[in-house]
Design a protein. Structure first.
Length: 103
């Protein structure tokens, strides 16, 4: 059964949780994020209700819809936040982009 990232993190000792969080901030790929959350492709696929091959394909893509990326991140128990950064201005969080617009 797939485990949620929040459950896995909550079970870790505080020092380990801090190291994992710090390392996650350094990661760049979806595969790295999934591995850091201690999930296999099959685990994440089950959580999202898709096949393992779908997860494999997503992790190899360099371009995808924000809604797809959000769904992937949420499947690991996380949330996706899009932040625009500009010189000499504070970062701006862009909301509702990539969110499902189904009623």
């Amino acid at each position: 059964m797939a485990r949620k990232l929040t459950d896995v993190m909550a079970a870790l000792p505080a020092a380990r949780r801090q190291r994992v969080t710090k390392r996650a901030m350094e990661l760049a790929t979806l595969k790295d994020l999934r591995i850091a959350s201690q999930q296999t492709q099959a685990d994440l696929a089950a959580s999202l209700g898709v096949g393992q091959v779908t997860i494999s394909r997503l992790e190899k893509r360099s371009d995808m819809l924000l809604s797809t990326l959000r769904h992937y991140v949420e499947g690991m128990g996380g949330t996706l936040q899009l932040v625009a950064q500009f010189p000499n201005r504070p970062p701006v969080v862009i909301e509702h982009l990539g969110a499902d617009n189904h009623g």
